[in-house]
Design a protein around this ligand. Structure first.
Ligand SMILES: [Fe+2]
Ligand SMILES: [Fe+2]
Length: 289
C-alpha cells in the first residue's frame, strides 16, 4: 500500500513556517476532506485480513512530516507491524516535507526498523527466492521532484550480482514511479525523479524481469512500460482518498507470486460500504526464467 497521507493541523507557530504554510493552505483548501484518515483503521484491518507474507508501504505516510503525523501513522499501523522481516516502509516526498523534519530524522525515529538501510545494504530477502531492493529519491525542498543519489544506484549494482546469482524473483520499491499510464505521464513529468532516466536505463539494462512498486501519483495502475519492457509497474493509489466514482475504489494491492513464476495482482478497493476484489493483471511465467 502507499500514500496513507495521515495529517494533523500544526499546533506550534514554528511548525507553520516555510513550506508547511503552503501545506496547511492545501489542507484547508480541500486536502483534509479528500484524505479520510478515519478510514485508515479499516484499511489496516483489511490488509491484516489478507494474511500477506510481507507488507510494503511505498511512502507518503504523512502530509506535513510532523512528528505527530508519524506517531499517528505508527499507532494506526500497529496491527501490521510484525517486525522488519514482515514489513518494509519507504519514505515519500511528504515524509521529507521540510529540511527540519529530514535533518531531525522524524521518520527514522518512528519507523527505523522498517526502513531499508541505503548506506549499508538496500536489499532485503523476503524469502530465500525473493529479493526486495529499495530506492529513496525523496528530498526536502519546494518541488515535489525527487533526485536519486548516485551512491544508491552504485549499492544496487553491487547487490544485483547476488540477486542474479540466487535467481528467483526480484522486486524494486521506490516512492516515485519512472513511468505512468499515458494520461498521467504529463503529471509525472512535473513531479518525477529529476535523474530518473539513470534508474530506468539501469533497470532495463539488467534484462531481468522485476516488479516495480511505487506510489506518489495518486492513481491505481498495473502496467508493462514500453521503455522498461522487463518491468511490471504497480501503484496501489491512496487507500483513504475519497472515492471519485471513477475507477476502482481506494484500497491496496495483493500481489500473488505463484508457482511457475506467475504473478497475479489483485486490487482490493472500498466502495459502496464494502471491499471488492478486482484482478488488475495476470502475467503468466513472469519470473519463470
Ligand atoms: Fe502522495
Ligand atoms: Fe509523493
Amino acid at each position: 500500500l502507499t500514500d496513507l497521507h495521515v495529517w494533523r493541523w500544526p499546533t506550534k507557530l514554528a511548525e507553520l513556517l516555510g513550506k508547511r504554510s503552503l501545506g496547511v493552505l492545501e489542507l484547508a483548501a480541500g486536502r483534509s476532506r479528500r484524505f479520510q484518515q478515519e478510514r485508515l483503521p479499516d484499511v489496516v484491518a483489511a490488509v491484516h485480513d489478507s494474511k500477506s507474507d510481507h507488507v510494503i508501504i511505498t511512502g507518503d505516510l504523512t502530509t506535513l512530516a510532523l512528528l505527530e503525523e508519524f506517531e499517528a501513522a505508527r499507532a494506526s499501523l500497529t496491527p501490521l507491524l510484525a517486525g522488519p522481516e514482515r514489513v518494509t516502509i519507504l519514505p515519500g516526498n511528504h515524509d521529507r516535507y521540510t529540511r527540519w523534519a529530514t535533518r531531525h530524522r522524524f521518520m527514522e525515529r518512528v519507523f527505523d526498523p522498517y526502513l531499508p538501510d541505503w548506506n549499508a545494504d538496500p536489499v532485503k530477502w523476503i524469502d530465500s527466492q525473493t529479493a526486495l531492493l529499495a530506492f529513496d529519491p525523496s528530498r526536502p525542498g519546494l518541488s515535489a521532484q525527487g533526485w536519486l543519489p548516485p551512491h544508491q544506484l552504485e549499492a544496487a549494482r553491487r547487490v544485483f550480482s547476488e540477486i542474479q546469482r540466487v535467481g528467483g524473483r526480484w522486486i524494486v520499491a521506490c516512492h516515485y514511479p519512472l513511468v505512468a499510464p499515458d494520461h498521467l505521464q504529463k503529471h509525472l513529468r512535473l513531479k518525477g525523479i529529476k535523474n530518473g532516466h539513470i534508474l530506468s536505463q539501469w533497470l532495463s539494462s539488467t534484462g531481468r524481469n522485476h516488479l516495480y512498486l511505487c506510489g506518489h501519483v495518486h492513481a491505481v495502475w498495473a502496467m508493462r512500460p514500453r521503455k522498461i519492457p522487463n518491468q511490471l509497474c504497480l501503484n496501489a493509489g491512496p487507500p483513504t482518498h475519497v472515492h471519485t466514482g471513477h475507477g476502482p475504489g481506494p484500497g491496496f494491492l495483493i500481489i500473488d507470486l505463484e508457482a511457475g513464476g506467475d504473478v497475479r495482482v489483485t486490487h482490493r478497493g472500498w466502495s459502496a460500504s464494502s471491499w471488492h476484489d478486482h484482478e488488475l493483471m495476470f502475467e503468466p511465467g513472469f519470473f519463470a526464467s
